[in-house]
Design a protein around this ligand. Structure first.
Ligand code: MN
Ligand code: MN
Length: 474
Protein backbone atom coordinates (compact mmCIF):
# COMPACT_ATOMS: atom_id res chain seq x y z
CA UNK A 1 0.00 0.00 0.00
CA UNK A 2 1.34 3.43 -0.92
CA UNK A 3 1.71 5.88 1.94
CA UNK A 4 0.13 9.31 1.74
CA UNK A 5 2.04 11.85 -0.37
CA UNK A 6 3.27 14.88 1.48
CA UNK A 7 2.86 18.36 -0.03
CA UNK A 8 4.00 19.91 3.19
CA UNK A 9 7.63 21.04 3.11
CA UNK A 10 7.96 20.94 6.90
CA UNK A 11 6.97 17.29 6.81
CA UNK A 12 9.05 16.45 3.75
CA UNK A 13 12.32 17.52 5.39
CA UNK A 14 13.48 16.02 8.70
CA UNK A 15 13.93 18.67 11.37
CA UNK A 16 15.09 18.17 14.93
CA UNK A 17 14.74 21.61 16.54
CA UNK A 18 16.10 22.95 19.82
CA UNK A 19 13.28 22.31 22.26
CA UNK A 20 13.96 25.33 24.46
CA UNK A 21 13.03 27.42 21.42
CA UNK A 22 9.39 26.37 21.46
CA UNK A 23 8.57 25.08 24.93
CA UNK A 24 5.37 26.39 26.58
CA UNK A 25 5.56 28.16 29.94
CA UNK A 26 3.80 25.32 31.72
CA UNK A 27 6.12 22.69 30.21
CA UNK A 28 9.10 24.85 31.17
CA UNK A 29 7.89 24.97 34.78
CA UNK A 30 7.36 21.20 34.78
CA UNK A 31 10.81 20.69 33.24
CA UNK A 32 12.51 22.84 35.90
CA UNK A 33 10.60 21.13 38.73
CA UNK A 34 11.49 17.65 37.42
CA UNK A 35 15.14 18.71 37.18
CA UNK A 36 15.19 19.75 40.84
CA UNK A 37 13.85 16.34 41.88
CA UNK A 38 16.43 14.63 39.68
CA UNK A 39 19.33 16.60 41.15
CA UNK A 40 18.23 15.72 44.69
CA UNK A 41 17.98 12.02 43.80
CA UNK A 42 21.36 12.07 42.03
CA UNK A 43 23.05 13.65 45.04
CA UNK A 44 21.90 10.86 47.33
CA UNK A 45 22.47 8.05 44.80
CA UNK A 46 26.17 8.08 43.94
CA UNK A 47 26.56 4.31 43.79
CA UNK A 48 24.45 1.46 42.42
CA UNK A 49 23.69 0.40 46.00
CA UNK A 50 22.47 3.84 46.99
CA UNK A 51 20.35 4.13 43.85
CA UNK A 52 18.83 0.72 44.61
CA UNK A 53 18.09 1.62 48.25
CA UNK A 54 16.53 4.95 47.29
CA UNK A 55 14.57 3.34 44.45
CA UNK A 56 13.13 0.69 46.79
CA UNK A 57 12.23 3.32 49.37
CA UNK A 58 10.38 5.39 46.74
CA UNK A 59 8.65 2.28 45.34
CA UNK A 60 7.53 0.96 48.73
CA UNK A 61 6.07 4.34 49.64
CA UNK A 62 3.83 3.94 46.57
CA UNK A 63 2.68 0.43 47.39
CA UNK A 64 5.31 -1.72 45.59
CA UNK A 65 5.96 -5.04 47.36
CA UNK A 66 8.83 -7.51 47.16
CA UNK A 67 7.66 -10.11 44.65
CA UNK A 68 8.64 -12.86 47.12
CA UNK A 69 5.81 -11.73 49.41
CA UNK A 70 3.12 -12.27 46.75
CA UNK A 71 1.62 -15.68 45.96
CA UNK A 72 -0.50 -14.47 43.04
CA UNK A 73 -0.38 -11.39 40.87
CA UNK A 74 -3.27 -9.51 39.28
CA UNK A 75 -3.74 -6.33 37.25
CA UNK A 76 -2.60 -3.27 39.16
CA UNK A 77 -0.24 -5.18 41.46
CA UNK A 78 3.14 -3.47 41.94
CA UNK A 79 6.18 -5.59 42.66
CA UNK A 80 9.96 -5.32 42.73
CA UNK A 81 13.03 -7.39 43.38
CA UNK A 82 16.40 -6.22 44.61
CA UNK A 83 19.20 -7.72 42.53
CA UNK A 84 21.85 -8.39 45.18
CA UNK A 85 21.28 -4.87 46.52
CA UNK A 86 23.02 -3.43 43.43
CA UNK A 87 20.31 -3.65 40.81
CA UNK A 88 16.56 -3.31 40.88
CA UNK A 89 13.69 -4.59 38.77
CA UNK A 90 10.14 -3.34 39.19
CA UNK A 91 6.83 -4.16 37.51
CA UNK A 92 3.21 -3.06 37.46
CA UNK A 93 0.90 -5.81 36.23
CA UNK A 94 -1.21 -4.76 33.25
CA UNK A 95 -4.86 -5.39 32.45
CA UNK A 96 -3.93 -7.61 29.51
CA UNK A 97 -1.78 -9.89 31.65
CA UNK A 98 1.52 -10.96 30.14
CA UNK A 99 0.67 -12.91 26.96
CA UNK A 100 1.32 -9.87 24.74
CA UNK A 101 4.69 -9.34 26.38
CA UNK A 102 6.22 -6.81 28.74
CA UNK A 103 6.90 -3.15 28.03
CA UNK A 104 10.37 -2.66 29.47
CA UNK A 105 12.63 0.28 30.28
CA UNK A 106 16.21 -0.80 31.01
CA UNK A 107 18.87 1.54 32.38
CA UNK A 108 22.07 0.98 34.33
CA UNK A 109 22.91 2.52 37.68
CA UNK A 110 26.67 1.93 37.92
CA UNK A 111 29.01 4.71 36.80
CA UNK A 112 32.74 5.02 36.15
CA UNK A 113 34.69 5.52 39.36
CA UNK A 114 37.71 4.33 41.38
CA UNK A 115 37.21 1.19 43.49
CA UNK A 116 39.43 0.47 46.49
CA UNK A 117 41.75 -2.50 46.00
CA UNK A 118 41.33 -5.47 48.40
CA UNK A 119 44.46 -4.42 50.29
CA UNK A 120 44.29 -0.65 49.86
CA UNK A 121 45.97 0.99 52.87
CA UNK A 122 49.62 2.01 52.77
CA UNK A 123 51.91 4.59 54.29
CA UNK A 124 54.52 6.43 52.30
CA UNK A 125 56.58 9.33 53.61
CA UNK A 126 54.29 10.10 56.52
CA UNK A 127 51.16 10.10 54.39
CA UNK A 128 48.48 7.39 54.28
CA UNK A 129 46.93 6.40 50.98
CA UNK A 130 44.29 4.05 49.61
CA UNK A 131 45.22 2.11 46.44
CA UNK A 132 42.46 2.16 43.83
CA UNK A 133 41.54 0.24 40.71
CA UNK A 134 39.57 2.24 38.19
CA UNK A 135 36.13 0.95 37.15
CA UNK A 136 34.82 1.63 33.65
CA UNK A 137 36.29 3.84 30.97
CA UNK A 138 37.91 6.91 32.50
CA UNK A 139 40.47 9.52 31.55
CA UNK A 140 42.71 8.98 34.56
CA UNK A 141 44.06 12.52 34.69
CA UNK A 142 40.54 13.86 35.29
CA UNK A 143 40.48 12.25 38.74
CA UNK A 144 43.42 14.14 40.23
CA UNK A 145 43.04 17.36 42.24
CA UNK A 146 39.28 17.12 42.67
CA UNK A 147 37.36 16.56 45.92
CA UNK A 148 36.57 12.87 46.38
CA UNK A 149 34.17 10.96 48.62
CA UNK A 150 34.15 7.30 49.63
CA UNK A 151 30.88 5.36 49.49
CA UNK A 152 30.17 1.71 49.99
CA UNK A 153 30.06 -1.25 52.29
CA UNK A 154 32.49 -3.48 54.17
CA UNK A 155 31.65 -6.75 55.92
CA UNK A 156 33.29 -7.85 59.14
CA UNK A 157 33.94 -11.54 59.71
CA UNK A 158 30.68 -11.80 61.70
CA UNK A 159 29.07 -11.01 58.30
CA UNK A 160 27.71 -7.67 59.51
CA UNK A 161 27.55 -5.02 56.80
CA UNK A 162 29.08 -1.65 57.64
CA UNK A 163 27.99 1.24 55.43
CA UNK A 164 30.47 3.98 54.73
CA UNK A 165 29.66 7.35 53.19
CA UNK A 166 32.11 10.13 53.84
CA UNK A 167 32.88 13.28 51.92
CA UNK A 168 29.40 14.50 51.01
CA UNK A 169 28.39 16.51 54.07
CA UNK A 170 29.81 20.04 54.22
CA UNK A 171 31.42 19.16 57.57
CA UNK A 172 32.97 15.89 56.25
CA UNK A 173 36.57 15.67 55.13
CA UNK A 174 37.13 14.85 51.47
CA UNK A 175 39.83 12.70 49.85
CA UNK A 176 42.33 13.68 47.20
CA UNK A 177 44.68 12.47 44.48
CA UNK A 178 47.68 14.74 43.93
CA UNK A 179 49.14 15.89 40.63
CA UNK A 180 52.50 17.41 39.78
CA UNK A 181 53.00 21.17 39.91
CA UNK A 182 53.54 22.65 36.42
CA UNK A 183 56.90 24.07 37.53
CA UNK A 184 58.26 20.51 37.66
CA UNK A 185 55.93 19.00 35.09
CA UNK A 186 57.83 19.53 31.85
CA UNK A 187 58.62 15.81 31.36
CA UNK A 188 55.14 14.76 32.47
CA UNK A 189 53.52 17.19 30.04
CA UNK A 190 55.36 15.61 27.10
CA UNK A 191 53.69 12.23 27.75
CA UNK A 192 50.44 11.24 26.14
CA UNK A 193 47.28 11.82 28.17
CA UNK A 194 46.71 8.09 28.63
CA UNK A 195 50.16 7.73 30.19
CA UNK A 196 50.92 10.76 32.29
CA UNK A 197 48.76 9.59 35.21
CA UNK A 198 49.45 5.83 35.43
CA UNK A 199 46.67 3.72 36.97
CA UNK A 200 48.92 2.74 39.88
CA UNK A 201 49.36 6.42 40.74
CA UNK A 202 45.66 6.87 41.44
CA UNK A 203 46.37 6.70 45.18
CA UNK A 204 44.01 8.60 47.40
CA UNK A 205 45.34 10.65 50.33
CA UNK A 206 43.47 9.58 53.47
CA UNK A 207 45.59 10.77 56.39
CA UNK A 208 48.74 12.35 57.79
CA UNK A 209 48.74 12.36 61.61
CA UNK A 210 50.70 9.54 63.31
CA UNK A 211 49.39 7.35 66.10
CA UNK A 212 50.93 8.42 69.42
CA UNK A 213 52.68 11.49 68.04
CA UNK A 214 55.11 11.44 70.94
CA UNK A 215 56.34 8.07 69.78
CA UNK A 216 56.18 6.30 73.15
CA UNK A 217 54.58 3.25 71.57
CA UNK A 218 56.80 2.26 68.69
CA UNK A 219 54.75 1.49 65.65
CA UNK A 220 56.53 0.74 62.38
CA UNK A 221 53.79 2.49 60.49
CA UNK A 222 52.38 5.07 62.90
CA UNK A 223 50.52 6.99 60.21
CA UNK A 224 48.83 3.92 58.80
CA UNK A 225 48.10 2.70 62.31
CA UNK A 226 46.31 5.94 63.17
CA UNK A 227 44.00 5.51 60.19
CA UNK A 228 43.39 1.82 60.92
CA UNK A 229 42.54 2.70 64.53
CA UNK A 230 40.17 5.43 63.33
CA UNK A 231 38.41 3.05 60.94
CA UNK A 232 38.17 0.41 63.65
CA UNK A 233 36.65 2.85 66.10
CA UNK A 234 34.23 4.42 63.65
CA UNK A 235 33.19 1.42 61.56
CA UNK A 236 34.33 -1.59 63.56
CA UNK A 237 36.52 -2.87 60.72
CA UNK A 238 40.10 -4.15 60.60
CA UNK A 239 42.51 -4.09 57.66
CA UNK A 240 41.66 -7.62 56.47
CA UNK A 241 37.98 -6.67 56.17
CA UNK A 242 38.82 -4.53 53.13
CA UNK A 243 38.88 -7.74 51.12
CA UNK A 244 35.06 -7.78 51.43
CA UNK A 245 34.84 -4.12 50.57
CA UNK A 246 32.74 -2.59 47.88
CA UNK A 247 34.14 0.85 48.43
CA UNK A 248 33.88 3.37 45.65
CA UNK A 249 35.76 6.64 45.36
CA UNK A 250 33.48 9.14 43.65
CA UNK A 251 33.59 12.91 43.10
CA UNK A 252 32.49 14.79 46.23
CA UNK A 253 30.41 17.19 44.18
CA UNK A 254 26.73 17.96 44.08
CA UNK A 255 24.68 18.31 40.91
CA UNK A 256 24.54 21.99 39.93
CA UNK A 257 22.81 24.07 37.28
CA UNK A 258 25.07 25.25 34.46
CA UNK A 259 24.72 28.60 32.72
CA UNK A 260 23.13 31.96 33.59
CA UNK A 261 19.86 30.58 32.26
CA UNK A 262 20.25 27.22 34.06
CA UNK A 263 19.73 25.29 30.82
CA UNK A 264 22.02 22.42 31.82
CA UNK A 265 22.93 20.29 34.84
CA UNK A 266 26.45 19.20 35.73
CA UNK A 267 26.62 16.11 37.89
CA UNK A 268 28.49 12.91 38.65
CA UNK A 269 26.99 9.76 37.11
CA UNK A 270 24.50 11.16 34.60
CA UNK A 271 25.59 8.04 32.68
CA UNK A 272 23.25 6.41 33.25
CA UNK A 273 21.26 7.78 36.14
CA UNK A 274 19.85 10.52 33.92
CA UNK A 275 17.98 7.69 32.17
CA UNK A 276 17.54 5.45 35.23
CA UNK A 277 15.77 8.19 37.17
CA UNK A 278 13.08 8.95 34.56
CA UNK A 279 12.72 5.19 33.90
CA UNK A 280 12.10 4.72 37.63
CA UNK A 281 9.67 7.64 37.79
CA UNK A 282 7.78 6.34 34.74
CA UNK A 283 7.11 2.95 36.38
CA UNK A 284 6.31 4.45 39.79
CA UNK A 285 3.46 6.41 38.21
CA UNK A 286 1.71 3.38 36.72
CA UNK A 287 -1.55 2.28 38.35
CA UNK A 288 -3.28 -0.16 36.01
CA UNK A 289 -1.51 -0.03 32.64
CA UNK A 290 -2.76 -1.95 29.60
CA UNK A 291 0.32 -4.14 29.32
CA UNK A 292 2.62 -5.18 32.14
CA UNK A 293 5.29 -2.51 32.57
CA UNK A 294 8.80 -3.21 33.81
CA UNK A 295 11.77 -1.03 34.71
CA UNK A 296 15.11 -2.77 35.14
CA UNK A 297 18.02 -0.88 36.67
CA UNK A 298 21.17 -2.90 36.20
CA UNK A 299 24.70 -2.94 37.58
CA UNK A 300 28.09 -3.55 35.93
CA UNK A 301 27.13 -2.10 32.52
CA UNK A 302 30.31 -0.05 32.44
CA UNK A 303 32.40 -3.23 32.57
CA UNK A 304 30.35 -5.53 30.35
CA UNK A 305 27.15 -6.28 32.34
CA UNK A 306 28.70 -9.35 33.98
CA UNK A 307 28.34 -10.65 37.58
CA UNK A 308 25.15 -11.61 39.36
CA UNK A 309 23.95 -8.00 39.33
CA UNK A 310 24.73 -7.16 35.67
CA UNK A 311 22.17 -7.24 32.86
CA UNK A 312 23.41 -10.70 31.82
CA UNK A 313 22.46 -12.12 35.23
CA UNK A 314 19.56 -14.59 35.23
CA UNK A 315 18.12 -12.83 38.27
CA UNK A 316 16.40 -10.27 36.04
CA UNK A 317 14.99 -13.08 33.93
CA UNK A 318 13.88 -14.97 37.07
CA UNK A 319 11.79 -11.97 38.09
CA UNK A 320 10.01 -11.96 34.72
CA UNK A 321 9.49 -15.74 35.01
CA UNK A 322 7.99 -15.23 38.44
CA UNK A 323 5.54 -12.70 37.03
CA UNK A 324 4.50 -15.08 34.26
CA UNK A 325 4.04 -17.90 36.79
CA UNK A 326 2.24 -15.84 39.43
CA UNK A 327 -0.16 -14.18 36.98
CA UNK A 328 -1.06 -17.72 35.84
CA UNK A 329 -1.57 -20.90 37.79
CA UNK A 330 1.80 -20.74 39.48
CA UNK A 331 3.62 -23.03 37.06
CA UNK A 332 5.94 -22.02 34.26
CA UNK A 333 5.93 -23.35 30.72
CA UNK A 334 9.37 -22.53 29.32
CA UNK A 335 8.21 -22.22 25.71
CA UNK A 336 5.37 -19.91 26.74
CA UNK A 337 7.82 -17.82 28.75
CA UNK A 338 10.19 -17.52 25.79
CA UNK A 339 7.26 -16.38 23.64
CA UNK A 340 6.29 -13.73 26.18
CA UNK A 341 9.86 -12.43 26.13
CA UNK A 342 9.97 -12.50 22.33
CA UNK A 343 6.75 -10.44 22.27
CA UNK A 344 8.20 -7.93 24.71
CA UNK A 345 9.36 -4.45 23.74
CA UNK A 346 12.15 -2.56 25.35
CA UNK A 347 13.80 0.81 25.37
CA UNK A 348 17.41 0.34 26.35
CA UNK A 349 17.55 3.62 28.20
CA UNK A 350 21.17 4.65 28.08
CA UNK A 351 22.87 7.95 27.40
CA UNK A 352 24.68 8.87 24.20
CA UNK A 353 27.22 11.49 23.23
CA UNK A 354 25.94 14.99 22.50
CA UNK A 355 27.58 16.88 19.65
CA UNK A 356 30.30 19.11 21.04
CA UNK A 357 31.47 21.82 18.62
CA UNK A 358 34.85 21.91 20.38
CA UNK A 359 35.46 18.36 19.22
CA UNK A 360 33.62 18.53 15.91
CA UNK A 361 36.14 16.28 14.17
CA UNK A 362 34.93 13.12 15.96
CA UNK A 363 31.27 13.73 15.11
CA UNK A 364 29.37 13.49 11.86
CA UNK A 365 27.06 16.41 12.21
CA UNK A 366 24.14 15.09 10.17
CA UNK A 367 24.05 12.00 12.41
CA UNK A 368 24.73 13.42 15.83
CA UNK A 369 22.49 14.14 18.79
CA UNK A 370 22.42 17.73 19.97
CA UNK A 371 21.98 19.09 23.47
CA UNK A 372 18.37 20.23 24.10
CA UNK A 373 16.99 18.53 20.97
CA UNK A 374 15.33 15.76 22.96
CA UNK A 375 15.67 12.02 23.52
CA UNK A 376 18.03 10.31 21.11
CA UNK A 377 16.76 7.22 19.32
CA UNK A 378 19.83 5.19 18.35
CA UNK A 379 18.94 2.40 15.94
CA UNK A 380 22.32 0.79 16.52
CA UNK A 381 25.50 1.35 18.53
CA UNK A 382 28.72 -0.68 18.22
CA UNK A 383 32.11 0.08 16.69
CA UNK A 384 33.78 -0.04 13.26
CA UNK A 385 31.51 -2.01 10.89
CA UNK A 386 28.68 -1.98 13.47
CA UNK A 387 30.60 -4.59 15.46
CA UNK A 388 28.84 -5.62 18.64
CA UNK A 389 25.67 -3.76 17.79
CA UNK A 390 22.12 -4.77 18.51
CA UNK A 391 20.37 -3.14 15.59
CA UNK A 392 16.68 -2.40 16.06
CA UNK A 393 14.38 -3.50 13.25
CA UNK A 394 12.85 -0.78 11.07
CA UNK A 395 9.27 -1.75 11.95
CA UNK A 396 10.03 -1.36 15.65
CA UNK A 397 11.54 2.08 15.05
CA UNK A 398 8.38 3.04 13.14
CA UNK A 399 6.21 1.75 15.97
CA UNK A 400 8.07 3.91 18.48
CA UNK A 401 8.14 7.07 16.39
CA UNK A 402 4.41 6.69 15.83
CA UNK A 403 3.76 6.40 19.59
CA UNK A 404 5.98 9.45 20.12
CA UNK A 405 4.10 11.39 17.41
CA UNK A 406 0.70 10.56 18.92
CA UNK A 407 1.91 11.73 22.33
CA UNK A 408 3.72 14.86 21.09
CA UNK A 409 7.12 13.58 22.17
CA UNK A 410 9.96 15.26 20.27
CA UNK A 411 12.96 13.07 19.50
CA UNK A 412 16.20 13.10 17.55
CA UNK A 413 18.49 10.44 16.18
CA UNK A 414 22.09 9.78 15.25
CA UNK A 415 25.13 7.66 15.92
CA UNK A 416 27.64 7.94 18.77
CA UNK A 417 30.24 9.65 16.59
CA UNK A 418 32.00 9.38 13.25
CA UNK A 419 32.36 5.90 11.84
CA UNK A 420 35.73 4.47 13.01
CA UNK A 421 36.19 7.25 15.57
CA UNK A 422 35.50 4.73 18.35
CA UNK A 423 32.33 3.12 19.62
CA UNK A 424 30.36 1.78 22.53
CA UNK A 425 27.62 -0.60 23.56
CA UNK A 426 24.69 -0.87 25.95
CA UNK A 427 22.61 -3.64 27.51
CA UNK A 428 20.36 -3.87 24.43
CA UNK A 429 22.23 -6.82 22.88
CA UNK A 430 21.58 -9.05 25.91
CA UNK A 431 17.82 -8.51 25.61
CA UNK A 432 17.67 -8.83 21.84
CA UNK A 433 19.05 -12.36 21.94
CA UNK A 434 15.72 -13.49 23.47
CA UNK A 435 13.94 -12.08 20.42
CA UNK A 436 12.79 -8.99 22.25
CA UNK A 437 12.35 -5.80 20.22
CA UNK A 438 14.82 -3.33 21.66
CA UNK A 439 16.28 0.04 20.77
CA UNK A 440 18.57 2.46 22.57
CA UNK A 441 16.88 5.70 23.62
CA UNK A 442 18.33 8.16 26.09
CA UNK A 443 19.68 11.54 27.01
CA UNK A 444 22.63 13.16 25.16
CA UNK A 445 25.60 13.97 27.42
CA UNK A 446 28.61 16.28 27.20
CA UNK A 447 31.89 15.03 28.75
CA UNK A 448 30.53 11.51 29.17
CA UNK A 449 32.47 9.42 31.75
CA UNK A 450 34.15 12.52 33.21
CA UNK A 451 33.82 13.00 36.98
CA UNK A 452 31.38 15.84 36.26
CA UNK A 453 29.19 15.33 33.18
CA UNK A 454 26.62 17.70 31.65
CA UNK A 455 23.08 17.15 30.38
CA UNK A 456 20.27 19.48 29.28
CA UNK A 457 17.25 19.78 31.54
CA UNK A 458 14.84 19.77 28.64
CA UNK A 459 16.29 16.50 27.31
CA UNK A 460 15.83 14.94 30.75
CA UNK A 461 12.22 16.13 30.94
CA UNK A 462 11.15 15.00 27.48
CA UNK A 463 12.98 11.71 27.98
CA UNK A 464 10.85 11.11 31.05
CA UNK A 465 7.69 11.86 29.01
CA UNK A 466 8.98 9.59 26.23
CA UNK A 467 9.53 6.67 28.64
CA UNK A 468 6.03 7.11 30.05
CA UNK A 469 4.50 7.28 26.57
CA UNK A 470 6.40 4.13 25.58
CA UNK A 471 5.38 1.87 28.48
CA UNK A 472 1.79 3.14 28.45
CA UNK A 473 1.16 2.95 24.72
CA UNK A 474 3.46 0.60 22.87
MN1 MN B 1 25.71 4.15 29.89
MN1 MN C 1 29.01 4.56 30.20
Amino acid sequence: MASKKSDNRSELFAKYPNLYDKISNSDMDACMAFSEEYKAFLDKSKTEREFTDNGIEAAESLGFKDIESKKKLKAGDKVYSSIKGKGLILAVIGKKGVKEGFNILGAHIDSPRLDLKPNPVFEDNETVYFKTHYYGGIKKYQWTTIPLAIHGVVYTKDKVMHKISIGEDESDPIFYITDLLPHLGSDQMKKSASEFIPAEDLNVVVGGIPFNGKNEDKSKEPYKEAILRFLNEKYGIVEKDFVTGELEVVPAVKARDVGFDRAFIAGYGHDDRVCAYPALMAILEQEKPEKTCVTMLTDKEEIGSYANSGAQSALYENFLMEIVAKTGDGSLDMLQFRKVIAASKMLSTDVSAAYDPKYASVYEKRNSAFMSHGIKLEKYTGARGKSGTSEATGDFVAEITSVFAKNNIPWQTGELGRVDAGGGGTISAFMAKYGMSVIDAGVPVWSMHAPYEVISKIDLYYTYLAYKAFIENI
